[in-house]
Design a protein around this ligand. Sequence first.
Ligand SMILES: C[S@@+](CC[C@H](N)C(=O)[O-])C[C@H]1O[C@@H](n2cnc3c(N)ncnc32)[C@H](O)[C@@H]1O
Length: 297
Amino acid sequence: VHTFTSHCAIVSQTRTLGSAGLCSILRVYNFDEFILSNNDVVLRSIAEDLRNCLPIEAMLNSEHLAIQKILEQPEPTVHVDAFLYDDDIIDSLCEKGKMSRNYCVVCGSHKTAPLEFISHSFSLMELKFLYQYALPDLTGKILVDVGSRLGAVLFGGYLYSSASQLYGVEMNADFCQLQEMIITKYQFTDRVKVLHSDICTQASLLQNADVVVMNNVFEYFLNRLEQARAWEFISHNMRKKGSLLVTVPSLEESISNLQTDILLSQWVEEMKLDYDVYMEKDIDREALEEIHLYKIL
Ligand SMILES: C[S@@+](CC[C@H](N)C(=O)[O-])C[C@H]1O[C@@H](n2cnc3c(N)ncnc32)[C@H](O)[C@@H]1O
């Protein structure tokens, strides 16, 4: 029941049977402990499609700077995309020897230390926290995901919110193509659009957005000068009073080591998030606490 093959089977059967059909399927499959919502099933199916198109680290050769930055990390670090690989999948890949959570600190000895994992996407858990708890009702609202990569924020927004338009802006053409493939296959075209573009050319999109999402968007992909320029562009153009900005990590942390003219206290007010409202099992509270929400003043 927990394999992705059966998730896909349920997705396709649900499309033809509707919600009553889904109920009977759920009874037949007898899910233990929790009922998997149909939207979770669709997102897991999308993740499976994308896993099949990407190398295991979900990085592309075209991402020179990001690859170089990972190699420069003080601790040995691997890319594990949290949207594509949840803990159960990582465990099963480790069992098969295809992935490791540890590295040998003294060659030939049995001493090992845990590897640092870096994800370039939100996990399913983070997406649900974002749309079901952190953000208000998005009916009729425009959301922009800056650096949409695999499209996790857009697909999550399509399934878990009523946002009228979800725009992804991604500078890497290969990732734009992957997002387009999913948008077409899952028929998200009515509300999701991806622009192959540098966000610094999208002033009017930012000016009209009701919600802007920025998950670790610049740090690994731009040099410090470019990061400073990009943050200034965002802060100059995201000015609609009352619009919302979601960042990982906090704005303070993102810009603290950059030379910018941004005065946070005049631009935004942080909205405190209640990380305890999210009661699903397997929550990674540390990851949730990295999510920050701001209101534009
Ligand atoms: C960490 S990923 C974010 C993934 C996605 N938003 C999510 O939360 O699942 C950051 C992405 O931002 C893209 N990016 C970085 N700088 C950008 C820029 N100036 N304009 C557009 N995309 C950018 C990178 O290519 C990368 O794919």
